[in-house]
Design a protein around this ligand. Sequence first.
Ligand code: 13P
Ligand code: SF4
Length: 357
Amino acid sequence: MSVRDNAGQMRESATEVLDEIRQLKESLGGNVLIAAHHYQREEIVRMADAVGDSYRLAVIASESDADVIIMCGVRFMAESAAILARSDQRVLLPDFDAGCPMADMTTRVAAERALDAIKEQTGTEAVPLTYMNSWADLKALTGERGGSICTSGNAKKIMAHYLDAGKNILFMPDRNLGINTARALGVPDHEIALVSAQGEVSADCAGKRIFLWDGFCPVHREFTAEQTAVLRVTHPDIQIMVHPECTEDVVASSDAAASTEGMARDIERAGAGAVLGVGTEYRFVERMIREYPDRTIVPLHTAYCSDMDLIAPEKLLQVLRGVAGGDTDRFLVTIDDQGREDARRALAQMIAITENS
Ligand code: 13P
Ligand code: SF4
């Protein structure tokens, strides 16, 4: 049945949209892989061939044989898939407006300024350690300068790798993931310096080993230590897990910090009867509540990522119709050749350190 929306346009009903997605998927077969991040809407997750955190999505893209990978997530995830995919594979993104305010908080030019300033102040080059939540040109700079990408699931391993090698690190762009990871590795305060969002480094850099970019995720900044305190009063047996993009005090007031994949695993392992508090994007939390009715799962707070939310089923359907009709240009994610090689090196370095240490 078609329905008329507020603007008077004829639109398919939600059921029709999902039915057509299923039919197109079946007719396109193994040529198309639909990958979805954990923060995607329930209907998108149901239509996906693979669901994961940023790390898993990158590995899936690097290993898939499909001709077309449709990335249901935000633009930096699609860019990373395009960097890692073979040159004869196409990576498609249903909505190019699905950005990330945290990724916008660093530019390549500002990062170069910071790397130069650190060298000038300390006399040594710092290695860039760049969070997946960044644009392709920053990933390319990271590869050019011998650094690595990291995700929330492997930041600790990769930061430890460079610290053990005696390197100073410029960690971009998430200050919270950086400080939470440094804390988990026992790096003392006096070895950590802050870098402004313009790439300015304070003059007092003596003895600093980790330089943290001053970026953050507005969604995870909505979580507070007061919320964890309230949950401990209302649910005395609760185990609280949060995403490491939350501030340091929120992580300190919780029992664990993990990537979305790590939280999904911990919720599964907690078993029937567990009482769990979860501090991350609400689409993920509500799906966990639905999937595990025998556990009590309570959000710290309801916070949505409006960029992730842009990937509506209707948009996925448009992409699949485009693939079936040979018209995919407007969804195609492209990366320039030089940038692609450098960025690929930084992503490959992440996968190598994660899998081999
Ligand atoms: P994960 O890698 O933990 O899924 O996080 C991605 C993200 O964007 C969190 O805001
Ligand atoms: Fe970016 Fe935060 Fe949304 Fe993740 S949740 S995509 S970091 S705005």
